[in-house]
Design a protein around this ligand. Structure first.
Ligand SMILES: *[C@@H]1O[C@H](CO)[C@@H](O)[C@H](O)[C@H]1NC(C)=O
Ligand SMILES: *[C@@H]1O[C@H](CO)[C@@H](O)[C@H](O)[C@H]1NC(C)=O
Ligand SMILES: *[C@@H]1O[C@H](CO)[C@@H](O)[C@H](O)[C@H]1NC(C)=O
Length: 300
């Protein structure tokens, strides 16, 4: 359900946001914002942030960590209004005990103009939804249509983008373990069941949690160039998945409409190097070697 604010901005989408060249003006300071909320998924935030943090050593950037109040925001979600059944197969994901926090530096009201906004996922956005709290959606819609050059989401952060109206008619993806929940939102969103990440105009969305690192790497590579970003990802000793169509988790989590013909494995290596890629175990031939329960991780 969209708020009236989001509806107004949704109508504005008929005007279509300007097409933005994938160029970067090094004399300009990039203003980057990341939304926080109680119950954010840590890696959704920290993965992309690590790339941004290293890039800020060579590029002028400002960072706004955004929530309702300045101060610590915990990764443990408040209690659900409609908790999942007690026999839910993954209580640990739903009720984590550990609650690391990140400090919000800005509120939705005093965040400076942004060039790039990233919205993470996590159980907490369901709590906001159950409380009819659209603070994130209102902020996303307002900033998207007024100033943003790029809007990114990780994991179920795509739910907030969809609810805000900005994904209407656009390609997007989200966490495959949570597929049913975010994909109920938006109007005519072209949800891609098999995608590590999507890019549609100036909106990028990634699959679950770790996929945000691959998307952020690809995003900054498009914005700043390989010569800048490859050394960063190599310094992190992370081997990025660079094929956005590689998505074994659409198979693992039985996403309706998933393409099961692709390889489950993706041979990865350091950025900027050539390497041999033997690919084994296509989705149609794979077998589980140990009897693990595939997780309806954050289903419903
Ligand atoms: C960053 O901004 C400062 C102050 O405007 C400027 O002196 C410096 O050259 C900029 N650095 C880069 C890498 O653009
Ligand atoms: C959990 O319990 C509900 C209600 O008793 C039942 O309908 C459902 O099938 C159960 N789910 C699992 C995974 O056992
Ligand atoms: C949220 O809105 C729905 C629909 O208007 C309503 O039924 C529900 O009670 C509301 N929930 C809260 C917590 O206000």
């Amino acid at each position: 359900m969209r708020t009236s604010t989001a509806t107004v901005f949704g109508l504005l989408s008929l005007l279509r946001p300007r097409v933005l060249a994938q160029t970067y003006d090094p004399s300009k300071t990039l203003s980057i914002g990341i939304v926080l909320f109680p119950g954010f998924q840590p890696l959704d935030v920290i993965g992309p942030l690590d790339i941004i943090q290293i890039l800020s050593g060579s590029h002028n950037m400002t960072l706004s960590m955004i929530w309702k109040e300045i101060g610590p925001v915990w990764a443990r979600a408040p209690p659900r209004r409609t908790p999942p059944p007690a026999n839910s197969s993954l209580p640990i994901a739903v009720y984590p005990v550990q609650a690391p926090h990140i400090v919000a530096t800005h509120t939705f009201n005093n965040t400076p103009p942004l060039d790039i906004l990233l919205v993470p996922g996590g159980m907490g956005n369901r709590v906001l939804h159950e409380n009819n709290d659209t603070v994130i959606e209102d902020f996303v819609a307002a900033r998207y249509y007024s100033e943003l050059q790029y809007l990114l989401s990780v994991c179920t952060g795509a739910a907030s983008l969809a609810k805000s109206g900005v994904l209407n008619g656009r390609h997007a993806t989200t966490n495959k373990a949570a597929w049913a929940w975010p994909t109920q939102f938006g109007d005519g969103v072209k949800w891609e069941p098999t995608a590590r990440w999507t890019e549609d105009g100036n909106i990028w969305t990634s699959s679950g949690v770790s996929a945000g690192i691959d998307m952020t790497y690809a995003f900054f590579r498009a914005l700043l160039g390989a010569a800048v970003v490859d050394p960063v990802i190599n310094a992190m000793e992370y081997t990025p998945h660079t094929d956005r169509h590689w998505d074994p988790f659409s198979v693992v989590h039985h996403v309706p409409g998933a393409d099961t013909s692709g390889p489950l494995g993706d041979c990865v290596g350091p950025a900027g190097y050539e390497y041999e890629c033997p690919r084994k175990n296509t989705a149609s031939t794979h077998t589980l070697v140990s009897p693990i329960n595939e997780l309806p991780l954050i289903a419903k």
